[in-house]
Design a protein around this ligand. Structure first.
Ligand code: DGL
Length: 260
């Protein structure tokens, strides 16, 4: 394996594209292969065993393309599979977790709402995160929300969020953690729903920086030349591929804005 090999990035669908845009910004000389497992989405309401089986299949696809590292651009798949994959493989595996640690640093006295899939919030990885940084944190499972992002139904997504947030006194909320990579696409419309003082946090730039560190350490960083992105999907439907391309354009714009 050497620095010229591509980096594999995957998610249950289009959510990880929000991560991909951040990876591209941080590491512009790299070649990325993105795999959206759209055919098997959502992961967040499956059993951990079912998610593990999906992840194994995706890993087969990526390793067949000789990737030098894999980014699990999905909180759900990371919670289920990252530890096992790291035990089984020598390939660097970079995972994601809800950005509770950075949120705990900006918290005053208020609550931190953690929006994520039911699977992410139910597994030990999140419980241990809660033990360390969970003061004031309130887990808020959002089944069905990723599907609205997959359909690019932002109108319905806004309605969903409005309903979900109506149970909370937003004046007493300090931060919202987007603990699912799909939800990062909802950042602009969340901003419309939230008072200005509420910070919205995601794990994307932390993940990009972690990937850089891992590549540098393993002497696997591609330091010059043009980078590239190759999009793959488990779905044979042309419209799913088009959706990935559209969301990549959107994610690149959002990444530029949030990186300013
Ligand atoms: N994007 C994923 C995450 O970060 C999972 C969404 C799903 O498949 O339910 O958790």
């Amino acid at each position: 394996m050497n620095a010229e090999n591509p980096i594999g990035v995957f998610d249950s669908g289009v959510g990880g594209i929000s991560v991909l845009a951040e990876l591209e910004r941080e590491l512009p000389h790299e070649h990325f292969i993105y795999y959206g497992d759209t055919l098997h989405a959502p992961y967040g309401t499956k059993t951990p065993e079912e998610v593990m089986a999906c992840v194994r299949q995706v890993m087969k696809e990526l390793t067949a393309r000789e990737v030098k590292a894999v980014v699990i651009a999905c909180n759900t798949a990371t919670s289920v599979a990252a530890a096992t994959l790291r035990q089984e493989m020598t390939l660097p595996i970079i995972g994601m977790e809800p950005a509770l640690k950075p949120a705990s640093l900006v918290r005053h006295e208020g609550a931190i709402l953690v929006l994520a899939t039911p699977v992410t919030l139910s597994l030990p990885k999140f419980q241990s995160l809660m033990e360390r940084y969970g003061e004031g944190a309130v887990p808020l499972p959002c089944p069905g929300l990723m599907e609205l992002v997959e359909q690019k139904d932002f109108h319905e997504a806004k309605h969903y969020l409005q309903q979900a947030l109506s149970a909370y006194d937003l004046a007493a909320v300090d931060a919202i953690v987007l603990g699912c990579t799909h939800y990062v696409f909802l950042r602009p419309l969340l901003r419309e729903l939230l008072p200005d003082h509420v910070q919205v946090m995601d794990g994307n730039s932390g993940t990009a920086k972690q990937l850089r560190r891992v590549l540098e350490k393993g002497d696997l960083l591609r330091r010059d030349g043009e980078g590239s992105i190759h999009l793959l999907s488990s779905s044979p439907k042309e419209e799913d591929h088009t959706c990935m391309l559209e969301l990549l354009t959107l994610a690149r714009q959002q990444s530029v804005v949030s990186g300013l």
